[in-house]
Write a protein that binds this ligand. Structure first.
Ligand code: DON
Length: 566
């Protein structure tokens, strides 16, 4: 009897301490804007941003905080935070070094070019988007361990907040409840085992989500390192899940997965230096093309949201996305003419046929259709007190990836295979088309648009940013940068101003619902087809380093995105 009481008392104490932790996991608030003196983290969820700041305060640097924030997101933001997906980290370190880490998923060894075509050669995008066959070999955990090279604290410490959140649970937000309910039917259809995300009655805001299987996986990673995911029990559970669902990923694929350090894309823009992600992201190359194409025009004079400014940016976008579709793919597999595509001479040549006040026209390749639904990726930005800056974009691709939770391991798998061009000219879920450069091959990484980006001024971090949004990622980052570097908007407006997007095909300008009607009229008069979306474009997380060294962190108003700092 005495022991029982003591045991209960211990549980109650542990629970009380947890509930009193800096950010109470059952009662927390979104903070859209924070000004901090020492360090700041902005991510898609308040509990994840809090985990990052906790690590900064415990002596970690920006890389430590980025790892801890991603691990926390894998628990509190299951639609995009992940262990079963992949991502990119871009960093600028206090010693001046720029780094990028590529932990993009890879096609399994059994994958082949036409794996999503039926016997008549017709592409089946349902198979590349839903269920086991849509999953690429996850890269996230390998990415965390490769990132550790630049961190100060041990994984044991960085993973601790995530383990607590998974084991003891946290209150879900209204948006999370809505999303879980929206996909409940698919979760039921596509899963082979019970999982924490499916319950008999609908989810509502404030419900506690407890993830014991995920806590088990996180503990294996804590205790066994990389091998706690890519080998042993977790690998066995993934392979067993694949066998039950007729997917391709094997234990051999998992064991062979490696994250890679890449040479960053670095280029000047006026007084600034842009540091961003190279292939297998198309984002860095496209951003360099976009900024290179508009640099010599008087954007600042024309002004923010002036139809002239928008038109110039749209025409640059048309050209960059056309190149993306034709030339870009995993450079470990295909030769990509990066130097030519980004040279000033080539970019000037590309703009030769740009006509002010007159809509251009995309080539005749079959137009893609942009789907605004079922999108989920997530970005986080971190700056620490030492002058290190980190931008990470990570993804399962669609919301909750392929919707399959690994039985017994508690995490969603990605549906990143849809980012390959499954057939030339067939649009993927973001309406993007591609060619041979981005065709499926075993072990190849699928082309991405994720564009984690750091802007340096006088060799120091000035802006740290990025966003989800599929094909719109590149244009969102481009606009956010232009909003500050050219149009001098304050950071919150730069993030929250309504956005526009053009991606070559379909030959349309997509605008957010709040986009001003008079600007739409002006663009239509120039001959553009303007489509007002039902949904929003991107969820940008931005940190600006002010002249006095203070940090202004802004979480996008479009979601639960939340800033934290100290
Ligand atoms: O890597 C890519 O480009 C896509 N898988 C990103 C997906 C995404 O941003 C979905 N989010 N809203």
């Amino acid at each position: 009897m005495r022991t029982t009481w003591l045991f209960l008392a211990l549980i109650v104490t542990a629970h009380a301490t947890y509930a009193q932790s800096p950010t109470n996991p059952y009662r927390y608030q979104v903070q859209k804007q924070v000004t901090a003196r020492h360090g700041a983290v902005v991510s898609a969820h308040p509990l994840a941003s809090a985990a990052g700041v906790q690590i900064l305060q415990e002596g970690g640097n920006a890389v430590d905080a980025a790892i801890a924030t991603q691990l926390a997101l894998a628990v509190v933001y299951p639609e995009a935070g992940n262990l079963g997906g992949g991502g990119f980290l871009v960093g600028h370190l206090r010693n001046g070094l720029n780094i990028t880490i590529d932990y993009r998923e890879k096609a399994p060894g059994k994958a082949y070019r036409d794996m999503y075509l039926d016997s008549a050669g017709k592409a089946d995008t349902r198979l590349s988007q839903e269920g086991h066959l849509a999953a690429g070999v996850p890269g996230a955990v390998a990415g965390f361990f490769t990132s550790l090279r630049y961190a100060k604290l041990p994984m044991k410490k960085l993973i601790a907040p995530a383990i607590l959140l998974a084991e003891k649970g946290f209150a879900i937000t209204e948006a999370e409840a809505r999303n879980l309910n929206r996909y409940a039917k698919m979760f039921r259809q596509l899963n082979t085992r019970p999982c924490a995300f499916v319950k008999a009655t609908p989810w509502k805001a404030g419900d506690t989500l407890v993830q014991p299987d995920l806590a088990g996986t996180l503990k294996r990673i804590r205790d066994k390192g990389r091998a706690g995911f890519y080998e042993g029990e977790t690998a066995r559970l993934i392979a067993a899940e694949m066998q039950r669902g007729k997917g391709f990923i094997t234990t051999a694929d998992l064991k062979a997965y490696e994250a890679k350090e890449r040479t960053p894309v670095v280029f000047p823009y006026k007084d600034y230096t842009i540091v961003t992600m190279p292939l297998p992201s198309s984002g860095g190359i496209a951003l360099q093309q976009l900024m290179g194409m508009v640099e010599d025009y008087p954007l600042a004079k024309w002004g923010f949201h002036a139809p002239q400014s928008i038109q110039l940016m749209v025409e640059a976008e048309r050209r960059a996305y056309a190149d993306r579709a034709q030339y870009l793919g995993d450079a470990d597999f295909v030769k990509v003419p990066v130097e030519q595509l980004t040279s000033k001479a080539y970019l000037a040549e590309r703009m030769q046929d740009y006509e002010p006040q007159q809509a251009g026209s995309s080539a005749t390749v079959k137009a893609g259709k942009l789907l605004q639904e079922s999108m989920e990726t997530t970005h986080l930005s971190v700056v620490d007190s030492e002058g290190n800056a980190v931008a990470v974009t990570t993804t399962l691709n669609g919301s909750y990836g392929c919707k399959v939770v690994v039985g017994g391991a508690g995490f969603f798998l990605n549906n990143e295979m849809d980012d390959f061009s499954i057939k030339p000219g067939v649009p993927n879920m973001y309406g993007l088309v591609g060619a041979a450069a981005n065709a499926i091959a075993p072990g190849k990484r699928m082309l991405s648009s994720m564009t984690p980006t750091i802007v340096l001024l006088d060799k120091r971090p000035y802006l740290v940013t990025g966003t989800p949004g599929g094909s719109t990622i590149i244009t969102s980052v481009f606009q956010t940068l232009m909003n500050i570097l050219e149009f001098s908007l304050p950071p919150d407006q730069a993030v929250n101003a309504p956005k526009f997007h053009h991606q070559w095909l379909p030959d349309e300008i997509h605008v957010e619902p709040q986009f001003p009607a008079d600007i739409i009229d002006s663009l239509e008069q120039m001959g553009y087809k303007v489509v007002t979306l039902r949904g929003t474009i991107g969820r940008t997380e931005l940190i600006k380093v002010n002249g006095d060294g203070t940090l202004e962190a802004v979480g996008d108003g479009r979601g639960d995105d939340s800033a934290a700092g100290y």
